[in-house]
Design a protein around this ligand. Structure first.
Ligand SMILES: [Fe+2]
Length: 348
Protein backbone atom coordinates (compact mmCIF):
# COMPACT_ATOMS: atom_id res chain seq x y z
CA UNK A 1 0.00 0.00 0.00
CA UNK A 2 1.48 3.34 -1.01
CA UNK A 3 2.12 6.12 1.51
CA UNK A 4 -0.87 8.30 2.30
CA UNK A 5 -3.44 5.58 1.56
CA UNK A 6 -5.51 4.50 4.51
CA UNK A 7 -5.83 0.76 5.08
CA UNK A 8 -8.95 1.36 7.16
CA UNK A 9 -11.02 4.37 6.15
CA UNK A 10 -13.89 5.95 8.09
CA UNK A 11 -17.15 7.54 7.11
CA UNK A 12 -20.07 8.98 9.08
CA UNK A 13 -23.29 7.04 8.51
CA UNK A 14 -25.03 10.34 7.68
CA UNK A 15 -22.70 10.77 4.67
CA UNK A 16 -23.51 7.43 3.06
CA UNK A 17 -24.44 8.82 -0.34
CA UNK A 18 -24.18 6.58 -3.43
CA UNK A 19 -20.55 5.98 -4.37
CA UNK A 20 -19.02 7.24 -1.09
CA UNK A 21 -17.89 3.85 0.24
CA UNK A 22 -17.02 2.74 -3.29
CA UNK A 23 -14.67 5.74 -3.59
CA UNK A 24 -12.82 4.66 -0.43
CA UNK A 25 -12.39 1.11 -1.74
CA UNK A 26 -11.17 2.52 -5.06
CA UNK A 27 -8.66 4.62 -3.12
CA UNK A 28 -7.23 1.39 -1.69
CA UNK A 29 -9.04 1.07 1.66
CA UNK A 30 -9.18 -2.57 2.78
CA UNK A 31 -12.17 -1.82 4.98
CA UNK A 32 -14.41 1.14 5.83
CA UNK A 33 -15.66 1.85 9.34
CA UNK A 34 -19.14 3.40 9.31
CA UNK A 35 -19.53 5.60 12.37
CA UNK A 36 -22.23 7.44 14.23
CA UNK A 37 -25.35 5.30 13.84
CA UNK A 38 -26.86 4.16 17.16
CA UNK A 39 -28.98 1.63 15.23
CA UNK A 40 -25.97 -0.71 14.98
CA UNK A 41 -25.78 -1.02 18.76
CA UNK A 42 -29.57 -1.44 18.82
CA UNK A 43 -29.33 -4.31 16.33
CA UNK A 44 -26.56 -5.90 18.42
CA UNK A 45 -28.68 -5.57 21.55
CA UNK A 46 -31.72 -7.03 19.84
CA UNK A 47 -29.95 -10.05 18.37
CA UNK A 48 -27.21 -10.76 20.87
CA UNK A 49 -28.64 -9.58 24.17
CA UNK A 50 -32.39 -9.67 23.72
CA UNK A 51 -32.69 -6.46 25.69
CA UNK A 52 -36.09 -6.20 27.42
CA UNK A 53 -37.25 -3.29 25.27
CA UNK A 54 -36.97 -5.39 22.13
CA UNK A 55 -40.06 -7.12 20.84
CA UNK A 56 -38.16 -10.35 20.13
CA UNK A 57 -38.10 -11.03 23.84
CA UNK A 58 -41.85 -11.10 23.99
CA UNK A 59 -41.89 -13.76 21.29
CA UNK A 60 -39.10 -16.02 22.48
CA UNK A 61 -35.72 -16.01 24.14
CA UNK A 62 -34.36 -15.26 20.68
CA UNK A 63 -30.78 -15.93 19.69
CA UNK A 64 -29.10 -15.16 22.98
CA UNK A 65 -26.93 -18.10 24.06
CA UNK A 66 -28.28 -20.34 21.29
CA UNK A 67 -24.99 -22.27 21.50
CA UNK A 68 -25.94 -23.42 25.00
CA UNK A 69 -28.86 -25.41 23.61
CA UNK A 70 -28.64 -29.18 23.95
CA UNK A 71 -26.99 -31.10 21.13
CA UNK A 72 -30.34 -32.47 19.93
CA UNK A 73 -31.76 -28.97 19.48
CA UNK A 74 -28.54 -27.90 17.81
CA UNK A 75 -28.85 -30.80 15.37
CA UNK A 76 -32.54 -30.02 14.79
CA UNK A 77 -31.53 -26.56 13.52
CA UNK A 78 -28.88 -27.95 11.22
CA UNK A 79 -29.94 -27.31 7.64
CA UNK A 80 -29.47 -29.96 4.93
CA UNK A 81 -25.76 -30.49 5.53
CA UNK A 82 -25.23 -26.80 4.74
CA UNK A 83 -23.14 -24.31 6.69
CA UNK A 84 -25.00 -21.36 5.14
CA UNK A 85 -28.21 -21.54 7.20
CA UNK A 86 -29.39 -22.56 10.65
CA UNK A 87 -27.12 -23.69 13.50
CA UNK A 88 -23.71 -24.95 12.60
CA UNK A 89 -20.41 -25.71 14.28
CA UNK A 90 -17.08 -25.70 12.45
CA UNK A 91 -13.92 -26.78 14.23
CA UNK A 92 -10.88 -27.74 12.19
CA UNK A 93 -7.37 -26.91 13.33
CA UNK A 94 -6.05 -23.90 11.42
CA UNK A 95 -9.26 -23.55 9.40
CA UNK A 96 -12.33 -22.98 11.55
CA UNK A 97 -13.21 -22.49 15.19
CA UNK A 98 -16.73 -21.28 15.89
CA UNK A 99 -20.37 -22.14 16.34
CA UNK A 100 -22.84 -20.05 14.37
CA UNK A 101 -26.53 -19.32 13.88
CA UNK A 102 -27.35 -18.05 10.39
CA UNK A 103 -30.49 -16.68 8.78
CA UNK A 104 -31.00 -14.97 5.42
CA UNK A 105 -33.55 -12.20 5.01
CA UNK A 106 -34.84 -9.88 2.31
CA UNK A 107 -37.65 -7.41 1.86
CA UNK A 108 -40.58 -8.88 -0.02
CA UNK A 109 -41.90 -5.98 -2.08
CA UNK A 110 -45.23 -7.77 -2.67
CA UNK A 111 -46.16 -8.60 0.93
CA UNK A 112 -44.20 -5.61 2.30
CA UNK A 113 -42.77 -7.91 4.97
CA UNK A 114 -39.33 -9.30 5.66
CA UNK A 115 -38.99 -12.79 4.20
CA UNK A 116 -36.54 -15.07 6.01
CA UNK A 117 -34.90 -18.46 5.75
CA UNK A 118 -34.76 -21.01 7.32
CA UNK A 119 -38.46 -20.75 8.22
CA UNK A 120 -37.95 -22.15 11.75
CA UNK A 121 -35.23 -22.19 14.37
CA UNK A 122 -35.65 -23.62 17.83
CA UNK A 123 -34.22 -23.24 21.29
CA UNK A 124 -34.47 -25.97 23.92
CA UNK A 125 -37.95 -26.94 25.16
CA UNK A 126 -39.32 -26.64 21.62
CA UNK A 127 -39.32 -22.85 21.88
CA UNK A 128 -39.28 -21.11 18.51
CA UNK A 129 -36.35 -18.68 18.24
CA UNK A 130 -37.70 -15.96 16.02
CA UNK A 131 -36.28 -12.59 15.12
CA UNK A 132 -39.12 -10.08 14.88
CA UNK A 133 -40.04 -8.31 11.64
CA UNK A 134 -38.79 -5.14 13.30
CA UNK A 135 -35.33 -6.62 13.96
CA UNK A 136 -35.03 -8.13 10.48
CA UNK A 137 -36.08 -4.79 8.93
CA UNK A 138 -33.49 -2.97 11.01
CA UNK A 139 -30.74 -5.32 9.78
CA UNK A 140 -32.00 -4.97 6.21
CA UNK A 141 -32.17 -1.15 6.27
CA UNK A 142 -28.66 -0.82 7.72
CA UNK A 143 -27.25 -3.27 5.16
CA UNK A 144 -28.98 -1.59 2.21
CA UNK A 145 -27.91 1.92 3.28
CA UNK A 146 -24.30 0.72 3.32
CA UNK A 147 -24.69 -1.33 0.13
CA UNK A 148 -26.06 1.58 -1.93
CA UNK A 149 -23.02 3.59 -0.89
CA UNK A 150 -20.76 0.90 -2.35
CA UNK A 151 -22.47 1.42 -5.74
CA UNK A 152 -22.75 4.32 -8.15
CA UNK A 153 -25.93 6.37 -8.34
CA UNK A 154 -28.90 4.50 -9.92
CA UNK A 155 -26.91 1.27 -9.69
CA UNK A 156 -28.60 -0.14 -6.61
CA UNK A 157 -31.75 -2.25 -6.76
CA UNK A 158 -32.57 -3.66 -3.29
CA UNK A 159 -34.77 -6.38 -4.84
CA UNK A 160 -31.57 -8.00 -6.16
CA UNK A 161 -30.09 -8.67 -2.72
CA UNK A 162 -30.35 -10.77 0.41
CA UNK A 163 -28.75 -10.15 3.77
CA UNK A 164 -27.42 -13.02 5.86
CA UNK A 165 -27.73 -12.25 9.57
CA UNK A 166 -25.09 -14.34 11.34
CA UNK A 167 -24.12 -14.78 14.97
CA UNK A 168 -20.66 -16.36 15.40
CA UNK A 169 -19.45 -17.52 18.81
CA UNK A 170 -15.71 -18.09 19.06
CA UNK A 171 -13.92 -19.84 21.97
CA UNK A 172 -13.23 -17.69 25.02
CA UNK A 173 -9.69 -19.03 25.34
CA UNK A 174 -7.07 -21.04 23.49
CA UNK A 175 -7.64 -23.87 25.98
CA UNK A 176 -11.33 -23.91 25.12
CA UNK A 177 -10.41 -24.12 21.42
CA UNK A 178 -8.13 -27.10 22.15
CA UNK A 179 -10.83 -28.76 24.25
CA UNK A 180 -13.39 -28.54 21.45
CA UNK A 181 -10.92 -29.89 18.89
CA UNK A 182 -10.18 -32.82 21.21
CA UNK A 183 -13.90 -33.37 21.73
CA UNK A 184 -14.63 -33.30 17.99
CA UNK A 185 -11.90 -35.83 17.31
CA UNK A 186 -12.97 -37.94 20.31
CA UNK A 187 -11.07 -41.17 20.92
CA UNK A 188 -11.21 -42.20 17.30
CA UNK A 189 -7.94 -42.53 15.40
CA UNK A 190 -9.91 -42.41 12.14
CA UNK A 191 -11.41 -39.03 13.04
CA UNK A 192 -7.93 -37.81 13.95
CA UNK A 193 -6.65 -38.92 10.55
CA UNK A 194 -9.74 -37.42 8.87
CA UNK A 195 -9.11 -34.04 10.53
CA UNK A 196 -5.47 -34.11 9.46
CA UNK A 197 -6.48 -34.93 5.89
CA UNK A 198 -9.09 -32.12 5.90
CA UNK A 199 -6.39 -29.73 7.01
CA UNK A 200 -3.99 -30.90 4.26
CA UNK A 201 -6.79 -30.66 1.67
CA UNK A 202 -7.33 -27.03 2.61
CA UNK A 203 -3.68 -26.28 1.79
CA UNK A 204 -3.92 -27.50 -1.83
CA UNK A 205 -3.44 -24.78 -4.45
CA UNK A 206 -3.70 -24.68 -8.25
CA UNK A 207 -4.32 -28.23 -9.56
CA UNK A 208 -3.97 -29.54 -5.99
CA UNK A 209 -7.19 -27.71 -5.10
CA UNK A 210 -9.20 -29.72 -7.64
CA UNK A 211 -11.51 -32.44 -6.28
CA UNK A 212 -9.94 -35.93 -6.10
CA UNK A 213 -6.45 -34.54 -6.90
CA UNK A 214 -6.84 -32.64 -3.63
CA UNK A 215 -7.48 -35.95 -1.82
CA UNK A 216 -4.36 -37.47 -3.33
CA UNK A 217 -2.38 -34.36 -2.35
CA UNK A 218 -3.65 -34.71 1.24
CA UNK A 219 -2.43 -38.32 1.55
CA UNK A 220 0.96 -37.42 0.01
CA UNK A 221 1.20 -34.54 2.50
CA UNK A 222 1.71 -37.08 5.31
CA UNK A 223 4.12 -39.44 3.51
CA UNK A 224 7.81 -38.67 4.29
CA UNK A 225 9.44 -38.27 0.86
CA UNK A 226 6.36 -37.36 -1.14
CA UNK A 227 5.56 -34.60 1.34
CA UNK A 228 8.67 -32.63 0.34
CA UNK A 229 7.90 -33.04 -3.35
CA UNK A 230 4.19 -32.06 -3.21
CA UNK A 231 4.93 -29.17 -0.85
CA UNK A 232 7.47 -27.74 -3.30
CA UNK A 233 5.05 -28.14 -6.21
CA UNK A 234 2.17 -26.68 -4.18
CA UNK A 235 4.17 -23.62 -3.12
CA UNK A 236 4.69 -22.91 -6.81
CA UNK A 237 0.90 -22.48 -7.20
CA UNK A 238 0.36 -20.76 -3.86
CA UNK A 239 -0.28 -17.09 -4.61
CA UNK A 240 -1.40 -16.28 -1.06
CA UNK A 241 0.86 -14.25 1.18
CA UNK A 242 2.71 -16.16 3.84
CA UNK A 243 0.72 -16.08 7.06
CA UNK A 244 3.30 -14.47 9.27
CA UNK A 245 1.62 -14.51 12.62
CA UNK A 246 3.10 -13.70 16.03
CA UNK A 247 4.28 -16.67 18.10
CA UNK A 248 1.66 -15.98 20.75
CA UNK A 249 -1.28 -16.38 18.34
CA UNK A 250 -2.68 -19.25 16.25
CA UNK A 251 -4.57 -19.03 12.97
CA UNK A 252 -8.18 -20.14 13.32
CA UNK A 253 -9.02 -19.07 9.75
CA UNK A 254 -6.26 -18.62 7.13
CA UNK A 255 -6.24 -15.74 4.61
CA UNK A 256 -9.35 -15.90 2.42
CA UNK A 257 -11.87 -13.81 0.48
CA UNK A 258 -15.56 -13.88 1.36
CA UNK A 259 -16.62 -15.96 -1.63
CA UNK A 260 -19.81 -14.94 -3.34
CA UNK A 261 -20.58 -11.88 -1.22
CA UNK A 262 -20.79 -8.23 -2.21
CA UNK A 263 -20.01 -6.89 1.22
CA UNK A 264 -19.28 -8.21 4.70
CA UNK A 265 -20.32 -6.03 7.67
CA UNK A 266 -18.78 -6.95 11.03
CA UNK A 267 -19.47 -5.90 14.63
CA UNK A 268 -17.91 -7.78 17.53
CA UNK A 269 -17.19 -8.00 21.25
CA UNK A 270 -13.87 -9.82 21.66
CA UNK A 271 -10.64 -10.14 23.58
CA UNK A 272 -8.90 -13.32 22.36
CA UNK A 273 -9.96 -13.15 18.71
CA UNK A 274 -8.47 -10.88 16.06
CA UNK A 275 -9.25 -10.23 12.39
CA UNK A 276 -6.52 -8.92 10.05
CA UNK A 277 -6.65 -7.73 6.43
CA UNK A 278 -3.79 -7.90 3.92
CA UNK A 279 -2.80 -4.99 1.68
CA UNK A 280 -0.35 -6.92 -0.52
CA UNK A 281 2.58 -6.19 1.76
CA UNK A 282 1.46 -6.48 5.34
CA UNK A 283 -1.43 -7.38 7.61
CA UNK A 284 -3.57 -4.73 9.35
CA UNK A 285 -5.72 -5.44 12.37
CA UNK A 286 -9.42 -4.80 11.79
CA UNK A 287 -10.44 -3.50 15.21
CA UNK A 288 -14.10 -4.27 15.82
CA UNK A 289 -16.72 -3.04 18.27
CA UNK A 290 -20.45 -3.45 18.83
CA UNK A 291 -21.52 0.10 17.99
CA UNK A 292 -20.35 0.38 14.38
CA UNK A 293 -19.87 -1.78 11.29
CA UNK A 294 -16.58 -2.45 9.61
CA UNK A 295 -17.30 -3.10 5.94
CA UNK A 296 -15.16 -4.82 3.31
CA UNK A 297 -15.69 -6.10 -0.24
CA UNK A 298 -16.25 -9.79 -0.97
CA UNK A 299 -15.50 -12.13 -3.86
CA UNK A 300 -17.94 -10.58 -6.37
CA UNK A 301 -15.38 -7.82 -6.85
CA UNK A 302 -12.98 -10.39 -8.31
CA UNK A 303 -12.10 -9.15 -11.76
CA UNK A 304 -13.14 -5.59 -10.97
CA UNK A 305 -10.38 -3.22 -12.13
CA UNK A 306 -10.84 -0.67 -9.33
CA UNK A 307 -11.90 -2.65 -6.23
CA UNK A 308 -10.33 -5.86 -4.98
CA UNK A 309 -11.93 -8.26 -2.49
CA UNK A 310 -10.29 -7.96 0.92
CA UNK A 311 -8.08 -10.87 1.96
CA UNK A 312 -8.55 -11.43 5.67
CA UNK A 313 -7.70 -13.96 8.38
CA UNK A 314 -8.73 -14.83 11.94
CA UNK A 315 -6.47 -15.72 14.83
CA UNK A 316 -6.78 -16.55 18.52
CA UNK A 317 -4.45 -15.50 21.36
CA UNK A 318 -2.67 -18.41 23.05
CA UNK A 319 -2.76 -16.54 26.38
CA UNK A 320 -6.09 -15.25 27.64
CA UNK A 321 -5.69 -11.58 28.60
CA UNK A 322 -6.16 -10.74 32.28
CA UNK A 323 -9.04 -8.29 32.21
CA UNK A 324 -11.75 -7.52 34.70
CA UNK A 325 -14.63 -7.80 32.28
CA UNK A 326 -14.48 -10.74 29.92
CA UNK A 327 -15.69 -10.31 26.37
CA UNK A 328 -18.22 -12.65 24.84
CA UNK A 329 -16.09 -13.30 21.72
CA UNK A 330 -19.25 -13.03 19.68
CA UNK A 331 -19.28 -11.56 16.19
CA UNK A 332 -22.36 -10.30 14.37
CA UNK A 333 -22.09 -10.49 10.59
CA UNK A 334 -24.38 -8.98 7.99
CA UNK A 335 -23.38 -10.51 4.68
CA UNK A 336 -24.82 -9.03 1.49
CA UNK A 337 -25.23 -11.39 -1.47
CA UNK A 338 -27.47 -11.60 -4.53
CA UNK A 339 -30.95 -13.13 -4.45
CA UNK A 340 -29.74 -15.44 -7.19
CA UNK A 341 -26.98 -16.81 -4.94
CA UNK A 342 -29.46 -17.20 -2.09
CA UNK A 343 -31.87 -19.17 -4.31
CA UNK A 344 -29.09 -21.54 -5.38
CA UNK A 345 -27.95 -22.17 -1.81
CA UNK A 346 -31.40 -22.44 -0.23
CA UNK A 347 -32.62 -24.88 -2.87
CA UNK A 348 -29.53 -27.05 -3.18
FE1 LIG B 1 -14.31 -14.26 6.08
Amino acid sequence: MSAGKKAIAEIEHGKLAPGEILKKFEDGALAVRVLGNPKVQELWDRIIHNRPNCTDVAESSGWKDFFKNGIFTFARNHYKKSTDFGDTHRFERGNFGHVARKMATYYDFKTKEMAYFPPELFNDDNEEARLSQETLKLAWDLAMEINQSSKLENDHDPSQYTVAVEFLKYPDSYQQYQDVLDHVIGGSSWKRIGMKLDYARSLGRGPFAIRFIRDLFAWCFYLPILRTIVNKLNSFFDKRPVDQLEEDRELIGPGHFDGARHLTLLASDRDVMRTDAFDGEKWHELALSTDNFLVFPGGVYNGSPAVKPTLHRYSIAKETPLVNVKSSNITMVLAIATREMFDVRANS
